[in-house]
Ligand binder design. Sequence first.
Ligand SMILES: *Cc1c(COP(=O)(O)O)cnc(C)c1O
Length: 428
Amino acid sequence: MDRNEALFQAAKKVIPGGVNSPVRAFGSVGGVPRFIHKAKDACVWDEDGNQYIDYVCSWGPAIVGHAHPEVVDAVREAALGGLSFGAPTEGEVRIAEEIVKLMPSVEQLRLVSSGTEATMSAIRLARGYTGRDNIIKFEGCYHGHSDSLLVKAGSGLLTFGHPSSAGVPEDFTRHTLVLPYNDVAALTQTFAEQGDSIACVIVEPIAGNMNMVQASTEFVRALRSLTEAHGAVLIYDEVMTGFRVALGGAQALHGVTPDLTTMGKVIGGGMPMAAFGGRADIMACISPLGGVYQAGTLSGNPLAVAAGLKTLEIIQRPGFYETLTARTQELCKGLKAAAEELELPFSAQGVGGMFGFYFMNDLPHSFVDMQRNNTEHFKLFFHGMLRRGVAFAPSGFEASFMSAAHTSEHIADTLGTAADVFTEMVRG
Ligand SMILES: *Cc1c(COP(=O)(O)O)cnc(C)c1O
């Protein structure tokens, strides 16, 4: 038995399913998860010494590449000064200033330790600010695992959602409406019928948790105008897209100013950190200024802040997003061309350092569209690539990520490998 297998067996004895976050268990693709021993630049190494070109990038944070020497130095230096104080620090001020500068819709923000905390707090804030209870989310969007957001669509439109997890009382999801992504008519109808009861709409502006699905211009415009007309708070959940699809997030690409924005992943540079922020008049409702309670023992942790600040510095260097985008496009185009040559149904798209690929001929616009993704093809592709040293996320319903450490050679390697795997898939 190799070390990956042995560790998985040992892990399953003491950790449910052997993992600390479910998708890591390879449940939807089968097989043994690779236990990662170390990571550097564009690659990760498993416990058996196998090397992989990595397109998971820690699910997004590793945008400057793994173990970037400047980020590691910043964390090391911070650690020597103490791991946590539970008191305000200069670093927190500096990173907040930096985020406010880069995300124009964010006038004030608060740091937290996970994306789940950020979205949960933003929703509580929106409810506190509006004095309303109902919220709207979209099918296929993931906003962390707080109770009121673990909701799946009901059987018809305009019905309130049902819990998508055991342990979440129906009562807790009574106030969450679930609508189809990119469906302007459903959104318009919902606001027409119950707009005055809606505290907020939370949306992934480029969805990355049902593979990658882009919001249409009409959808984005409707989100902004309907929330504004009905006094509801528009929350852009940019935990994944923030600093990932562009320096100013998806909102910069959309030209939309949301009322609140949640961030995570990239802003922690690989350390546990996230944030929510937005209009100063809404943020003023948070304790200690206002009546909406929110707190965290490790919020603004000095090591996480150091990693985040250095990461935000690196991504502002000239040409950073141009190169990142070029690499992503190179890979997407190459994959499409290789599949086309074999007449394998396939499509792909990328924005900035985020991309999606699908074993179907067209691009998806909703969760329903995504159901046509050929999951058998995905499994074959995933394992074929992994065996040959290229790691993608272990599910056909996840986005993929590029880092600045991925070179043209890495892309060429990946494309050569993909051509082999596609051929194997087609010939059987
Ligand atoms: C990852 C993610 C979250 C949850 O963040 P965690 O740090 O895993 O709690 C929330 N929203 C979106 C859009 C995400 O991609």
